[in-house]
Design a protein around this ligand. Structure first.
Ligand code: DP6
Length: 345
């Protein structure tokens, strides 16, 4: 019988196997910097849009028969060992602990519908899907707020992918209060995220390590101080569906985050020549031709361009003229993480 150590969670009959799908997300105000790395307590609130077209599907089966000696993890068709597998096992440990049963090992099979090397934050969709599937399969009934807290342990940005549409992750003060909530559902505003891939090389420093470096930058405090107003602006712009109000704030925060990265000790420089080529082109197209498109950049060289559907085709046409652009992927807003009927094995 499964027990829960949390007052807000209930045990339901375990089904042992479940599959979940979760979208990646793109942050408009970034999560950068961790106050408590043990529980991924961030330095600041962040706001994102959950991506409907770029997602991870994960099946988890708990091995009640005791046949597995260790968790088994397969991602995009390949058995995963070492650090990546350890990160999954650590997350499963948390869920085993919540369910009050530490013995069960699990078989985990996960598939992304976007290339891992595209620089899209796969950890957000991966840990949101893993959380929802593992929790359902072990028979815990957690509401989305609790799922968000659990997902945060796996990857900070995964706490946001539990919810659909436009989402704010409240920094909070502890494990229970550092959770995401939905600001608006996906139907509120059909914004497009055009991901411009300029490099497929694996990044040298993971965001997991980068978060611990933020405090070493002299610009980190200045960025954090500016966020109260920036967050208010982003909430207001989303409420009013006003891209020309949203755009300048998201560009500013992406640049501020990269300024912090570049000036940490050691310095993190994620940009490639193609990154700058896209940023400059976007500004030129906006200023000279009035094309309403704004950029944001995560912990990597690829650029996310935010626009409304009416301008997507023209944007894609223009991107083809840039020498540094290798490929593009596009998504609108989508729903939060959900269990699905079709298992991967
Ligand atoms: C730059 O959530 O990927 O994409 O908790 O270590 O997995 P971990 O970090 P992660 O960090 C996201 C960083 C970012 C900004 C954002 O998505 O808010």
């Amino acid at each position: 019988m499964f027990r829960s150590s949390q007052s807000t969670s209930q045990s339901i009959a375990p089904q042992l196997k479940a599959t979940a799908r979760a979208g990646s997300n793109i942050a408009f105000i970034k999560y950068w910097g961790v106050a408590n790395p043990r529980i991924n307590l961030p330095l600041n609130n962040s706001i994102s849009m959950t991506l409907g077209a770029l997602h991870t599907t994960t099946t988890v089966e708990w091995d009640a028969g005791g046949r597995l000696g260790a968790d088994e993890v397969t991602i995009d068709g390949e058995r995963v060992e070492g650090k990546k597998a350890e990160r999954v096992t650590q997350h499963l440990d948390l869920i085993r602990h919540l369910a009050g049963d530490r013995r069960y090992r699990a078989r985990v099979v996960s598939r992304n519908n976007f290339p891992m090397a595209s620089g899209i934050a796969s950890s957000a969709s991966a840990f949101a899907a893993l959380t929802v599937a593992a929790v359902a399969a072990i028979g815990l009934a957690l509401d989305r707020t609790r799922l968000s807290a659990v997902a945060r342990h796996g990857s900070g940005s995964a706490s946001r992918s539990i919810f659909g549409g436009y989402v704010e992750w409240e920094r909070g003060n502890d494990d229970a209060t550092s959770v995401a909530r939905q600001l608006f559902p996906a139907e509120h505003w059909n914004l497009r995220d055009v991901v411009v891939v300029v490099s497929t090389a694996e990044k040298a420093v993971s965001s997991q390590n980068g978060h611990t470096l933020a405090l070493t930058s002299p610009f980190n405090a200045a960025r954090i101080d500016s966020l109260y107003t920036a967050l208010q602006e982003v909430r207001a712009a989303i409420t009013l569906r006003d891209l020309n109000r949203l755009g300048p704030v998201i560009e500013q925060d992406a640049l501020a985050m990269h300024a912090v990265m570049m000036t940490s000790k050691p310095s993190l420089l994620y940009w490639q020549p193609g990154t700058l080529e896209v940023l400059q082109a976007v500004r030129r197209w906006r200023e000279q031709d009035g094309l309403p498109v704004y950029f944001t950049i995560d912990a990597g060289p690829n650029v996310h361009l935010i626009c409304e559907p009416a301008f997507e085709r023209e944007l894609l046409r223009r991107l083809q003229t840039l020498s540094g652009v290798r490929s593009t992927l596009t998504s609108g807003p989508g729903d939060g993480a959900e269990t699905v009927d079709q298992h991967l094995f």
